[in-house]
Design a binder for this molecule. Structure first.
Ligand code: NAD
Ligand code: DAU
Length: 398
């Protein structure tokens, strides 16, 4: 099993690399990453010592480089995580999102097609070597935004087949509305980021339709967990609480996201890669809808509790313990075109592949916070330099 994993120095890709190295002793992994501001070798420093891993610094758009990788290594699977991933940055500067997310995907598809096809059938379609697969890691944002029907979360009514599979889950799924994203929901992206991810998905699908290329697409909800870059809601709030800084909540804080623990997501991706039907899209969700403001309050109360109960952690605080309160919350100008609600219906992956999001949010968020408390060196390393400039520009005055 030889994987080409792109973007594996970033948040989800790194967690995926760790997952497959643990799960598949016989795998070999080529990591291709440009090491943008979001990619950091510290994140995968242990994995880089593993003889099964080869790291290549480079851009997925680079034709010569990607061609060379396919020429030198008999790649079985491409798992494409590499992307510009932050919605706020896409609002400021869309261009690089189109380049990396669309043209980068096209380059990977072209090279995989070139090296995986071994002739043509009688109708002229390429014949692909057995066992090869290209998996595109996509997002629920391609479906646009859902209505928020309820002001408080309600328990979700699940169909019998889903209930059976998830009976081991400790918490019941809750939500803020009656509609969900299924794999058949029309694509309707609303930000430059999600438009670029949608274009990439459509290209992947076009390669399936036009060339019968062996592909899968996964579309997941908001991930959280270790190694999440502190420009995204949860790690940014953890960092600011520890520093006693204001907590910038966009608009009224009532937008809803469906939070998925990154390790559950990685398991889902690998299942789709090995067991998913060719040419199919699989939605991967957390069964855990929450309003942003509730997430921020939970981060504050969890950190305050850990600090009080386990004073040894107070050494990471850059503020007095008494400052850690909801008084840090600051409502700031809303994101342009801010999507109201995302909520995934994961029935397909649950019933076809037996996957479900195992980690209850209260456990996942506590594990995540504890990870940040114990990995301040990582936080300091990834937030030096470019991060400070971005933060000043993005949150001036707040
Ligand atoms: P990330 O921003 O943390 O990491 C992206 C990685 O890609 C970085 O290591 C970066 O250096 C690398 N990269 C960027 N441009 C590149 C290029 N041109 N060539 C090679 N490498 C490049 O992103 P993430 O949060 O880990 O997301 C990974 C994938 O999952 C993305 O495709 C994203 O759209 C998708 N996704 C993320 C989430 C989420 O909640 N984070 C949810 C749904 C989907
Ligand atoms: O749904 C999947 C998507 O989730 C992925 O495709 C994206 O790559 C990923 O970045 C994420 O997008 P979001 O825009 O939902 O994530 P973000 O963490 O940026 O914001 C989550 C919510 O929190 C959103 O409603 C905006 C809000 N927010 C965010 C930040 C950074 C704030 O209120 N304040 C903030 O400072």
């Amino acid at each position: 099993m030889r994987y080409l994993v792109t973007g594996a120095a970033g948040f989800i890709g790194a967690n995926y690399l760790k997952y497959i190295l643990k799960m598949h002793s016989n795998c070999e992994v080529i990591v291709l990453d440009k090491l943008t501001y979001a990619g950091n070798l510290l994140t995968i420093q242990e994995e880089l010592k593993d003889s099964r891993v080869k790291f290549i610094k480079g851009d997925i758009q680079n034709k010569e480089l990607v061609e060379n990788i396919f020429m030198r290594h008999d790649i079985d699977y491409v798992v494409n995580f590499a992307a510009e991933s932050h919605v706020d940055r896409s609002i400021e500067n869309p261009q690089i999102f189109l380049e990396t997310n669309i043209l980068g995907t096209q380059n990977l598809l072209d090279m995989a097609k070139k090296f995986w096809s071994i002739g043509k059938d009688e109708k002229g379609y390429p014949i692909f070597k057995q066992g090869k697969k290209y998996l595109q890691v996509s997002t629920d944002e391609v479906y646009g935004s859902l209505e928020k029907d309820w002001a408080v979360a309600q328990e979700l009514i699940l169909n019998e087949s889903v209930r059976k599979v998830i009976s081991g889950r400790k918490t019941l799924p809750t939500g803020y509305g009656e509609s969900f994203f299924t794999e058949n929901t029309p694509l309707s992206p609303r930000s430059p980021y999600s438009a670029s991810k949608t274009a990439a998905d459509m290209l992947v699908k076009a390669y399936e339709d036009t060339y019968h290329m062996p592909i899968s697409i996964t579309r997941c909800s908001n991930n959280y967990g270790p190694y999440h870059f502190p420009e995204k809601l949860i790690p940014l709030m953890i960092k600011n609480v520890l520093e006693g800084k204001k907590l910038p909540v966009y608009g009224k804080g009532d937008n809803v996201r469906d939070w998925l623990y990154v390790k559950d997501h990685c398991k889902g991706i690998d299942l789709v890669l090995h067991k998913g039907r060719l040419g199919e899209v699989y939605n991967i969700g957390g069964f855990n809808e929450e309003q942003n403001i509730e997430i921020v309050k939970l981060v504050i109360s969890t950190i305050a509790r850990i600090m009080r109960d386990e004073p040894r952690h107070q050494k990471v605080l850059k503020t007095e313990l008494s400052n850690i309160s909801e008084g840090l919350i600051t409502y700031v100008q809303d994101r342009l075109g801010h999507d109201a609600r995302y909520a995934i219906d994961p029935t397909k992956i649950v019933t076809e592949l037996g996957w479900y999001p195992e980690t209850p949010f209260v456990e996942g968020i506590e594990q995540t916070i504890r990870w940040y408390l114990e990995n301040q060196e990582w936080v300091n390393s990834v937030t030096s330099g470019e991060y400070q400039k971005y933060y000043e520009q993005m949150y001036q005055g707040s």
